[in-house]
Design a protein around this ligand. Sequence first.
Ligand code: FES
Ligand code: CO
Length: 325
Amino acid sequence: MTIQDIALIHEWHPVLLSSALTDKPEAVVVLGEKVAVFRTTQGVHAFKDLCIHRGVPLSLGKVSGDELVCAYHGWSYNGCGTCTKIPSLPRGQAIPSKAKAFVYACVEAHGLIWVCLGTPAGPLPKVSAYVPEGFKEVFMGPYTLQAAGPRIIENFLDVSHLMFVHEGLLGDSDFAEINDYHVLEKDGVLRSEEIIVYQPDADGTGRGVNSRYVYEVFGPLCVALTKRDDVSDHIFRLFLMVLPVTEQTSIAYMLKQRNYAYDEPDEVFIQFQERLIEQDRMMVENQKPELLPLDLQAELHLKCDRLSIAYRNRLRELGVTFGTA
Ligand code: FES
Ligand code: CO
């Protein structure tokens, strides 16, 4: 393994929406590593995307009889990566013991397929503990951004951009002051106190409200916000999970949860989110330096940036180097 980032190697990374993995293998890239992901009746599997025979990507092959069959000479690998069949071998000859695929940890949870290149800290991504019962969920992505994963996450945690980048939707530049708030840590999760933002059109339905935002940081590239307003019992949660493809290319997945507007088509929420992402794209794809600086002497911070500071400190403590400077 050539990746130096020890922290991100052991994290679960979202690689595909569950709905995007059907009966064919898919090629994905995690931390610069090519990975073949496929589905059998036993579940989901991830292999290094390279057949040990002649180096062809296994993702070019097909899934047949719960095994991944290489496109080049038909070697067949079971879900554990063991080669069970080499069609060109004369009958009775043993399959070489080295004929194996390199297997990565892979799970399907909460509408996504997740891959860990190292040894995962837990059986499932941490986000799993935070899915409330009875909420309507919408999965969104993939959104490819030419930006470092940590820059994208920090943009999501940055409350004072809402009034400018998303003016008219998530904020109003005449109401740009940010109340003082602190960031607390519990069970390894960073959580902001409430931040109040006046929103002219908080969810695409044209309703102006004072929203109370709470942000949570579950992992280096997995965060959420929860919004409540003062006029209803509506709760809106938005998770952002970023796949670090390379240091400066990332794929964002989002999960939106709400306890209202059950009958509204998902498409309305997806289109609204896509509009917001295009607004954010202009910022995150143009920031310099491209990699998120973890030295707090770099860039200039205000009190309202406490959450960004806490996030940068967390990345530094974890030793995240991929996408940071
Ligand atoms: Fe895969 Fe030959 S390269 S079977
Ligand atoms: Co934004």
